[in-house]
Design a protein around this ligand. Sequence first.
Ligand code: FAD
Length: 476
Amino acid sequence: MPKKSALSELKRRLRGSVKTDADSLYWKSFDTLRLAFPIEAVIEPKNDKEIGIVLKLANEFKVPITTRGSGTSLTGSAAPVNGGWVLDLSGWNKIRIDRESAMAYVETGAILEKIKQKAEKVGLYYPPDPSSKKYCTIGGTIACNAGGLAGAKYGVTRDYVFGLEGFLPTGEPVRWAGDVRKYVSGYNMKDLWIGSEGTLGIITRAVIRLIPKPPCKWTLLTAYKNDSSALAAVKALMKARIVPSILEFLDAETVLCAERRRGKPIFPGVSESTVLLLELDGRKESLEEDRAFVLEWAKERALKYSETYDAEESEELWQVRRQSSPAMYELGNTKLNEDIVVPLRSQAALMRYLKKLKKDSGLAIPTFGHAADGNFHVNIMFNRGDKNQERAAKKAVNSLMKTVVELGGAITGEHGIGLAKSQFLSMQHNKAEIAAMKAIKQVLDPNNILNPGKIFEPYEVWNKEREKAVLPWDHK
Ligand SMILES: Cc1cc2nc3c(=O)[nH]c(=O)nc-3n(C[C@H](O)[C@H](O)[C@H](O)COP(=O)(O)OP(=O)(O)OC[C@H]3O[C@@H](n4cnc5c(N)ncnc54)[C@H](O)[C@@H]3O)c2cc1C
């Protein structure tokens, strides 16, 4: 009797849920890292039972499975590096808001922005705020423990997940905690899944925490003489126990990019400045008190500032931040956006190091980030195709990762390890730590079928051909 093939068995058991046409395979073969890998099938499961069948078959035939939301991962965590089948859960997108308990019951493929909008309609708020919110799914953000701009005040995705439902890699359905506010029964498996980049389980549904929507916002844009005076101002603000909802730092090189794109300086008469964009939110009365303090702080330390309560004017101020990222492509055709974190005490040392790195590498390295939580996006710009610049960029990333660890920080604060950072894992963790993580993976996924090749296996992303396709979130 001929041996059963995994794919034919999959198609037989999941009628109508398996795609194998070239177009479907192509679009699910890469994520935002743009490294593509050939796959055999895209599965759009109709129900839980089908997910269970997929996993049982994958274990029986040792087929790699990569779960996928929208594919906005910047590190290749959704790239099916070992081929196999892609489990596309983007169609699982129901959202139900429970006003009384201030919780949302969501399916994994629900788009983050839609959850936020539905919550806001009834006066509630879901704070995690990655810049990809219009496109990414809640499941993807849970799997990556995504952060965003408001992390210092509101925390990250992990702080908003009450319960998860889904499947173990071996195909058994599980539920970790639920729609209760307190839960300490057994090991905290929910938190083990959060941030595990789809390697320890498949999330199908989540119960997430909502908070009252802050009724009022105040925005302030300030310019400083240089990076170190801006960071000194940040330190002073933190010391005063002011907790802004947003505190974005744009270094002088980033500001220059934004100004070139605007065709005019941000503040007339001030050039080559470093910028802080700050937002306070809350009830008007309590906000007013903080605002008065912050204005004094700005008058004392900034060269210029501009403030507003008005939503439209605030958007004007925000343009500086929004323009800065796409504007960087004037400095090179390729950007390595490294989402590193350093302790607040090391922020100034990081900036000093980056100044030297720019000089040594000869590359432009505009940096911006969330100054209140030390999470900076260090953008190493180079021209792909220029061998000298490619070598310099590769060396610069290595040096950056090493330095960040020496400064007591983390090689990633929000994007995760995926493929792009797997080669640096051993800089961050010692052998015992890596062995402990691998042991967990081995127990939960004995056949290593769920998102294999990620986190632990160093992957060389350099000089690999990237997909040229334009993705919806490009240059946003
Ligand atoms: C323009 C842009 C801006 C960004 N800005 C930020 C930012 O400010 N902050 C930030 O933190 N991140 C940011 N990101 C990256 C961010 O990690 C992703 O946007 C998001 O978390 C992934 O969601 P996704 O639905 O696209 O997941 P995918 O990319 O499809 O998958 C990401 C990972 O999650 C796993 N996964 C997906 N769904 C499931 C599931 N149901 N069960 C188990 N595993 C699953 C995948 O296997 C993969 O490992 C940005 C990305 C882009 C492109």
